[in-house]
Write a protein that binds this ligand. Structure first.
Ligand SMILES: [Zn+2]
Length: 112
């Protein structure tokens, strides 16, 4: 699936150093880097219980699927976004990148 036409590019003002190493995004000679967007989600226990109750009442998961709205079972708690050079993207696990993003005070690590 090619959806690259729908993904926003970056202007010069939006380009910041790598959130992990602090170097420029192409410091390792690579012409590619990552924009990492991490959504932290929490389970909506009320919605999950409603869904389970409907499934029990209907006696069928498939029937409940057809008869109920496609309600969110998780809610977004936060969103972080950062730029990561290719070397760091290959070296660090996602949770380390999230931690670096959350503890950074620079503008590009926007929370919403
Ligand atoms: Zn880096």
């Amino acid at each position: 699936m090619d959806n690259t036409g729908k993904i926003e590019g970056l202007t010069r003002r939006q380009i910041t150093p790598c959130v992990m190493c602090g170097h420029g995004l192409m410091h390792d000679g690579s012409l590619s880097f990552y924009r990492v967007r991490i959504d932290f989600l929490l389970a909506d226990v009320g919605a999950i219980k409603r869904r389970q109750g409907l499934e029990l009442m209907m006696g069928s998961v498939l029937l409940a699927e057809v008869m109920s709205p496609d309600e969110n079972l998780a809610v977004a708690a936060s969103r972080d976004e950062a730029l990561v050079c290719l070397s760091c993207a290959l070296r660090y696990p996602l949770v380390a990148i999230l931690d670096a993003c959350q503890h950074r005070e620079e503008v590009s690590c926007a929370r919403s």
